[in-house]
Design a protein around this ligand. Structure first.
Ligand SMILES: CC(C)(COP(=O)(O)OP(=O)(O)OC[C@H]1O[C@@H](n2cnc3c(N)ncnc32)[C@H](O)[C@@H]1OP(=O)(O)O)[C@@H](O)C(=O)NCCC(=O)NCCS
Length: 155
């Protein structure tokens, strides 16, 4: 049985980590062994262009500039999904609320790196992948046990 923690994150059975996301039509659940992953985060959103008035809320100019000008609205949605997945991965570990501008996402094809800059957690990087499936973007971010300690600013 998966419960719910005070921060609203799922409370997995001992030895497991995982993440849940849903839209009106689809739900996705990811689970992993705690010996392999310190945390995972998943998000799913309709693969639709992000409203232009939200660009500055979700991303900084340097993030948007990694994409061609003609596809920025759909790529801004990719940034949004990646950041939400990174947040769901990091929040259960750090307990720190992150704003969209605290996380800088860089894409390399389907792979992304979410770099966190926040006074309470110093530097923290999370790797992830983003795929399109059935009209949705699905982003998965993960902190493997082996790389979590040296790359985090807080244990
Ligand atoms: C947690 C949050 C990302 C959920 O996103 P959402 O698009 O509303 O909803 P989703 O369907 O994707 O995910 C909901 C699930 O996330 C999980 N979740 C909720 N809070 C969580 C947290 N703090 N940490 C990890 N997972 C969490 C729960 O399993 C929840 O499922 P439930 O509603 O059935 O209990 C969002 O509501 C939130 O709290 N955002 C604030 C922080 C933020 O977005 N910062 C900018 C990104 S860096």
């Amino acid at each position: 049985m998966v419960g719910r923690s005070l921060d609203r994150s799922p409370n997995w059975p001992a030895g497991c980590v995982g993440s849940i996301a849903h839209t009106a039509r689809l739900c996705i659940v990811v689970a992993a062994r705690g010996t392999d992953y310190r945390s995972v985060g998943v998000d799913i959103e309709p693969a639709e262009p992000l409203e232009r008035e939200l660009f500055q809320t979700i991303a900084v100019d340097d993030e948007l500039r990694q994409f061609p000008a003609g596809s920025r609205a759909i790529d801004a949605r990719r940034l949004f999904v990646a950041k939400e997945a990174a947040y769901k991965c990091l929040h259960p570990v750090t307990g720190v609320f992150l704003d969209f501008h605290d996380v800088f996402v860089t894409f390399d094809g389907a792979h992304f790196v979410a770099a966190v800059r926040h006074p309470e957690i110093q530097e923290f990087e999370v790797d992830g992948v983003l795929h399109e499936h059935d009209g949705h973007f699905i982003a998965l971010a993960a902190l493997p046990v082996v790389s979590a300690t040296p790359r985090s600013g807080r244990s």
